[in-house]
Structures are given as C-alpha cells and as structure tokens.
Design a protein around this ligand. Sequence first.
Ligand code: SF4
Length: 389
Amino acid sequence: MIRMDPLVIISKGKGPYDTTRIALKRFPLPDLENRRILIKPNAARLASPGEGVTTHPLVVSATIDHLRENGIKEIAIGEGCIFGVDPQEAFRKTGFAEMSEKKGVKLIDLDRFDPAERIIPDGRLLKKVKVSSALNDFDWIISIPVMKTHMHTHVSLSIKNMKGLLWRREKARLHQLRSDESIGRGHKALDLAISEMATILMPDLTIIDGTVGMEGMGPAYGKLKEMGIILVSDYALSADAVAARLMGFNPESIPHLKLCSEMGMGEIQLQKISIKPKDFLKWETPFEPSPSTLSISFPDVVVYDEGSCSGCLSTLLVFLREYHSQLDGYQMEDKNIHIGIGKHLKTCPDGTILIGNCTMRMKRRGIFVRGCPPVSSQIMRTLSQKRSR
Ligand code: SF4
C-alpha cells in the first residue's frame, strides 16, 4: 500500500533502547536491501550520554539492531564535530566509540575526508555547499538528533542536525552568511541557509531522541528535559514539526521549518500529518525557549553577536559561567561588561572584549582573544595579562 500522508510514530517508554525499538517496530520501513546507510547522530560536542546535549548511544544501538534484523548489512555512523572539539574525545565522551565497537559498526569522523561540492539548484543565498566526501559512500541517511532548543535557530532537530555533514569550516560559514532584503525577505540568513541546505541534504529517515532533551540555553548549556519519547518518520520536516509541538512551540513559528515547508519540502501543519498515537499531545511538555541573547542570563553583560557560529557562542557561555564572578574591573562606564563575537561585528564600544579570530579586524578597539574558538581559560588568561601590563 502506498502511503500518501506523512506518518510520524511516537513512543514513550522507560529507556532509550526499548523506546526506540518499540517506535521502529511500529514504523513501516521501505525496502532497504542493498542500501548503504549512514546514521548521523548528534555527537559533535563533549558531553556524556543523558546530558541532553548529544544523542543517546542506546537510541543508535537500537536503530542498528532494528536495521540488521531487517537484513541491512552496510551501516556506519558519521559525525563532523563543531569547531574546537576533538572528534576522538567527543566520540569517547558521548559513548559512541564504545557503542560502535560493541556493534561492529564503523564510526566516521566526517571531517577527516576531503570536501565534495554539492550544487543547490534553487539556492538564493546558498548556491553550493561543501560536504564531507565520505557521504559519497552512502545512499540513505538517518538523522538522529536530540530534542533541544537552540539560541540561533529556536530548536535543533533532524534538519538542523544535517548541518554536521558539512565539511569543516563550511558549518561555520552558514552562520556567517548575509542576505539582503531581496533574498532574505525578512528571514535571518542562517534560517534561509539551513532550509536551502535541506533541499539537498534531507534525511531519508528521522529518529528524534526525546528521551532526555534540553531546554533554555540550548544547544549545549541549557537544562535537562526528561521526556522519555522517541519520534520516527520518513518525513523529516513533519517529524520536526511534531517534535516542536511536543516541546510547546508552534511549528509555524520556527523560521527554518516554516521556510522548508514554503519551499515544498514537506508538511508542518499537524492536521495534515498522520500522527500515532492520535492523542500524542498528552505528552506535550513545554520547553523553556532559548534566550535570544546572553544578556538575559547575565544582565550586566552586553553581547554584540554578529555572525558568530556555535563555537564562539558556546565558548562565551562556558566563559561566563566559569568566570563571571571574576570579571570585576572589566566593566565599562555604563557598569556593564561588553563582549563582541562574530565575523560581521562592526560596532561595539572601545574597550570591548573581542572573542575569536572572526573579530580580529576590530582588535584595536578592545581586548582581543585569539582562537577559533578560544577556550574559556584562555579568555581569562588574556584578560589577566592585559590587566597586569
Ligand atoms: S572565531 Fe568563533 S565565530 Fe569565528 S569561525 Fe571561529 S569559532 Fe566561529
């Protein structure tokens, strides 16, 4: 029977492994014989399983078992980490190194391969992107993200997770694009870039790990959110829309989801999606949205963020958490601490703390901290050195 409506299966249970197995058993997989499957989890940061930052390895382990029971032999796991993160350390910490070894599945650092260019035929902002050439070895991609909020994109789900397939600095480039009004039409360049990227990098299957997600300061420094749910769909956009709704957000208010639906990549109106169980909203657990600026969490800190990527944004969050109490004396006349990040930073007061190589052009204007990204201790060290001179 040919299924016309997008189908999203949701299961809620006790552990990541069993809950994933149940959801996958209920989902009608297509014939995958002879497919070469790449599983793309979120394993791009230094975080342990269950912290809500990275995909739980047991979700991927259950997926591998299910695929093998369906006769699929060629399976690998691939990830390209964010700037400043050692992939081998990330794979160890996230539990993926151990899990993949146990399962006998290859775990690929996608950034170790050469780049391969992919044209985006209808791209207005993005004409082409560089992806890892490792993707050429696969013809079916499963995106397995964690359900979490994101300071740049509101939510980080299966479509956003595909950004990890971009090659090295290409991931950061998406954050640094600018669009004029004729292209952007009121949308942020990053949202437009993600939706245009999705036109050539849409997952074939989506499994959203909502066992433990993250709310607030996602994608890495928010609060854990225990949901105990797993979503499965072969319509990534619909899966993301249902997940966003379960997080308490209107999918139409998430710019990159809305843009993808306007570009014809799928359905985000819940009444047009076949969602099982029908009473799925009994599992809705509103997530605290990500703050649009760090100044909300640190009221005496003014952040000028123009075109930063997750590397510097994460570094800044860690830095403020670890060292905020030691920043006495770095306030400016208005009694605030001023910090600038991002490639397009142009205006900030003299004396601003400028973090990351992207701000190098401005270095005469303030205290420049080199690195891409620098680590938080290095920021503090640079500040202390400047002060003692
Ligand atoms: S300096 Fe910071 S914002 Fe610029 S590319 Fe590096 S990590 Fe990203």
